[in-house]
Design a protein around this ligand. Structure first.
Ligand code: SF4
Length: 468
């Protein structure tokens, strides 16, 4: 029985546009993905930025709801579980986040951060002494000094913060750890330390890993099996041992050829992919890789290849993988500067947010922009209404339809809050939404005050301050 079994998993995010917030399309982040993770197995998920690997990891950890498909953990279908039903499984499935800065609460000490999982899962008594001993042992396991226990996240370097994140993940002795680019935000020297720490944990504890990374070399070093993703699809699954010899999909070969070689006398020819990754909002027909594949023919544009088994433990989604064509990729010769640029593009550090994250940001920015627009209109309502009533009393009725402004400002502000909460991104736009809601409420209070004969907001505030 597999520890984790994924079947036909799909994750889409709606793209909304226009005044009525209509859904005009979807970001197809994860498309019909199936694979398994055995107990204690180290599986690597590799692909370039925006290919959906982080979304897949978060969906498997049930941080995001899957759109469709099956997630079976120890033969239990968990894809539709509520937060409460997921709680016992959260102890067994833990997550290491990419960003060691954003994933720790800056107001909590290391002790408060690390004791939380124990308390949530009732794994520790109320004895303060026992709790501190537990955390001290945990810190030792991840190579942090014992005096770190009462410090705050800002007192640590990036590598040390990632160690705290790892300590939090292993606290409950999970059976599966999903590590989402755990080293990509760190300096190269610190990356090596964290990979060594994960190596040690991998060897010491019988825990399965789903290791997500854009760096094929790190994944090859750390994992037993490698899953290659492109545009939300799995294009190849193979054992780590077979990577250099047997990789068959043109995309995997391109990734392999982009790995820098640390021997200046060993000049490898590289296979460079032309063009950009297509938009995940409008997926290409046929093979998702055909727009950049040097082997693409008409059949590739029309028919999507399924993931086929070509040997034990080796699966490839390419029409020509068993034919001559797949093994005859002309990788050509290119000058060094071009090689560097392209290789960097293919396997660069993840400096851009994933494509789906970008679409979510756009959605939140648009909504908070609308809130702001209505808020400004409501502000005019507050400022102008006394002059309108005084100078043109006959036009006073106009204030009634203008009540739409504050109502819309509040509604759009609340919608922005909902989106930020549901999508777990875009907090930067909340002040704008709050400002609009504040103006909206001020406008409504002013209007109510006028209706009750207490005068305009300014007079109402005057009364209040006078009373104080
Ligand atoms: S199916 Fe065609 S386009 Fe897709 S990877 Fe194979 S050769 Fe390239």
């Amino acid at each position: 029985m597999a520890l984790l079994e994924i079947r036909n998993l799909v994750k889409k995010f709606p793209v909304r546009r226009g005044f009525f917030n209509r859904v005009v399309g979807h970001v197809h982040a994860v498309n019909d993905v199936s694979f398994t993770v055995e107990a204690g197995q180290k599986v690597g998920l590799v692909g370039e930025s925006g290919c959906g690997k982080s979304t897949l990891g978060k969906t498997l950890a049930r941080l995001w709801e899957p759109t469709s498909g099956s997630i079976r953990y120890k033969n239990v279908e968990i894809s539709k579980f509520s937060d409460a039903a997921m709680l016992p499984y959260r102890k067994e499935i833990q997550f290491i986040f990419q960003d060691p800065y954003g994933s720790l609460n800056p107001k909590m000490t290391v002790f408060s951060t690390l004791i939380e999982p124990y308390k949530v899962h009732n794994l520790v008594s109320n004895s303060r002494e026992e709790q501190r001993k537990l955390i001290a042992d945990l810190l030792e396991t991840v190579g942090l000094p014992a005096d770190s226990i009462d410090k705050y996240p800002h007192e640590f370097s990036g590598g040390q913060r990632q160690r705290i994140g790892i300590a939090r993940a292993i606290a409950t002795q999970p059976e599966l750890i999903i590590a989402d680019e755990p080293v990509s935000a760190l300096d190269v020297s610190v990356q090596a330390q964290i990979v060594n720490l994960l190596d040690k944990l991998r060897d010491d504890q019988e825990v399965a890993f789903l290791f997500i990374s854009h760096d094929l070399k790190v994944v090859h070093h750390f994992c037993e099996e490698i899953i290659v993703m492109y545009l939300g699809h799995i294009v190849e699954i193979l054992s780590s041992e077979a990577l250099y010899e047997d990789a068959s999909h043109p995309y995997t070969k391109a990734l392999l050829s982009a790995i820098p070689v640390d021997d200046p006398f060993n000049r490898v020819e590289r296979q460079l992919l032309e063009g950009d990754v297509p938009s995940p909002i409008e997926l290409p027909t046929g093979c998702p890789f055909h727009t950049r594949c040097p082997l693409a023919v008409q059949e590739c544009r029309e028919h999507k290849p399924s993931l086929r088994t070509i040997s034990s433990g080796h699966h490839v989604a390419c029409h020509f993988v068993e034919g001559e064509q797949a093994t005859k990729i002309d990788i050509g010769a290119y000058d060094d500067e071009k090689v560097h640029k392209k290789a960097h593009k293919e396997l660069s550090l993840a400096v851009e947010a994933d494509a789906e994250e970008k679409a979510l940001q756009v959605e939140i920015v648009e909504e908070s922009g609308r809130a702001m627009g209505w808020g400004i209109a409501a502000l005019f309502h507050v400022i102008l209404s006394p002059y309108l009533l005084q100078s043109f009393p006959a036009l006073g009725w106009l204030l009634y339809p203008m009540l739409l402004f504050p109502v819309m400002a509040i509604w759009k502000g609340l919608l922005t809050h909902d989106l930020v909460k549901a999508r777990n991104t875009g907090e930067d736009w909340l002040p704008q939404a709050n400002w609009s809601m504040g103006i909206g409420w001020a406008c409504l209070i002013s209007w109510t005050s006028e209706m009750m004969g207490l005068g305009h907001l300014w007079s109402l505030l005057g009364h209040l301050f006078g009373a104080l």
